[in-house]
Design a protein. Structure first.
Length: 462
């Protein structure tokens, strides 16, 4: 059977799955007759010639048929192709995050007296397609494309070698080895937006081109990497040597049980930009509405003449049954040129969550993952999915001596409904509690405190 027929069969089965009562189906494919294969899918039997290479195997108590040594499966993790020996694999998946938000108490004035408001809007925050392939068993490639914002961009593009027992080697565009919150997938976050600490982390240690080496044991994981600039920065065709950075992160779990866990971590980063690097004239901005849709920044900092940047991050998290908690602290030292004073910024957050329906968050290799409901939402089977309540208090301080970039503390509350492992509805409330040294003010001249933002997200992951 040629590859075109294989794809057609997969697409036909995808359509059938959307009208079925279960989301995941298994695709048996006969080698020569497509209609015969469809009958096999209905009967649950290959019905093939005894000499045929087609055969049925059991995968998680579901029947999966293979053709010419290729197995195909469509389920909650997308479309998956795999050879029988497991040496070659291809998975196609993606995510859709549809967001809306609105704010109140947001009538501010800028430094020139012009009125500025937080934007109320709706958008496709993330629309991604992901391809993960395995070649010759030990070579893994990941390509993740972003279609949100009416633009096409590249998020991940890396190649990993896993053939060594003690280390994995990854090269390409990837997340740098720093911060649990930053490395955590947007599919798994407790809240719609990362904490205000990300005003520092997001600008300095997000994705970049580089080489990462990682190793892990039963209760620990270590990473170290060296990186250049991100692909986004490279679009500018700078006429100079690009900057570089080195990051490392080590996590340790002194307590690991099924529903109880303690996670500790430490991370470091050093970056040296060049004379034309974006970081030489860095603008760190915080959207006060805590959404991607608003261009209102309650605090804002512009730092020029950067010689190098050093960062230290500390982590502590844990879970006990349906309860989880965590926090991080980040300190950033900026060494500046031409006699300018050096700067010291910091940010932190503390969070706690309670799964009201009793499930426990999943954890693996230094990262937490979203809740998987014990019973999926179903009007027929009377399942309610999983419900989760979370709260976070966070702060970021961009002030140092005479340098006034601003300081902000905020409170975030979230209610998440996991209908199943694929679909999640998220509701969030964010309140800016205290803002100092902001360029904004209210009409009466008071400080721009007490901004209220309400956020909603529909999330689909496959």
């Amino acid at each position: 059977m040629n590859f075109a027929k294989l794809i057609l069969m997969a697409m036909a089965s995808l359509g059938a799955s959307l009208s079925a009562t279960t989301f995941a189906i298994d695709l048996p494919i006969h080698r020569q007759h497509l209609d015969y294969a469809m009958k096999s899918a209905t009967d649950g039997d290959s019905h093939g010639d005894p000499t045929s290479k087609n055969k049925a195997i059991k995968v998680h108590d579901k029947e999966l048929l293979v053709t010419d040594n290729v197995a195909i499966k469509l389920g909650k993790k997308g479309l998956h192709f795999e050879t029988v020996d497991g040496d070659f694999k291809l998975s196609v998946g993606g995510r859709i995050h549809a967001d809306t938000s609105f704010s109140r108490s947001d009538n501010f004035l800028d430094i020139d007296g012009n009125q500025i408001n937080a934007n109320d809007a709706a958008e496709i925050r993330r629309g991604r397609v992901e391809f993960i392939g395995t070649f010759f068993k030990h070579w893994v490639v990941r390509n993740q494309l972003e279609f949100a914002g009416n633009e096409l961009s590249l998020k991940d593009l890396w190649l990993r070698y896993t053939g060594l027992d003690f280390i994995n080697i990854t090269i390409g565009e990837q997340k740098q080895a720093f911060s649990r919150e930053l490395q955590e997938s947007s599919n798994d976050m407790l809240f719609i937006e990362r904490s205000v600490m990300n005003v520092i982390n997001g600008a300095l240690v997000d994705r970049a081109l580089g080489l990462n080496i990682s190793s892990q044991g039963q209760n620990w994981k270590g990473q170290i990497g060296i990186y250049g600039d991100s692909i986004a920065i490279k679009k500018r065709k700078i006429a100079a040597d690009e900057g570089w950075s080195a990051s490392s992160r080590f996590t340790f779990t002194p307590l690991v049980e099924k529903n109880r866990l303690i996670h500790l971590g430490v991370a470091g980063n050093f970056r040296e930009p060049n004379n034309t690097d974006a970081l030489t004239n860095t603008t760190l901005q915080l959207a006060s509405s805590s959404t991607n849709m608003s261009d209102l920044s309650l605090i804002q900092s512009t730092i020029s003449g950067i010689n190098n940047i050093t960062m230290l991050g500390l982590e502590a998290s844990g879970k006990m049954g349906p309860f989880s908690f965590g926090g991080e602290y980040n300190n950033t030292w900026i060494d500046r040129k031409n006699g300018q004073s050096n700067l010291n910024f910091n940010g932190w957050y503390g969070e706690a969550a309670w799964t009201l329906t009793g499930e426990s968050r999943h954890y693996k290799n230094g990262s937490f993952f979203r809740v998987i409901p014990t019973k999926n939402f179903s009007l027929v089977k009377k399942g309610m999915g999983a419900w989760e309540l979370a709260v976070r208090y966070a702060a970021v301080d961009l002030n140092d001596g005479n340098f006034k970039g601003g300081k902000l503390t905020n409170l975030t509350i979230a209610l998440n409904w996991y209908l199943n492992e694929t679909i999640r509805l998220m509701m969030g409330y964010d309140k800016a509690l205290k803002i100092t040294d902001s360029i904004l003010s209210k009409r009466d001249g008071s400080k721009p405190n007490n901004l209220d933002t309400f956020m909603f997200r529909t999330q689909l992951v496959f």
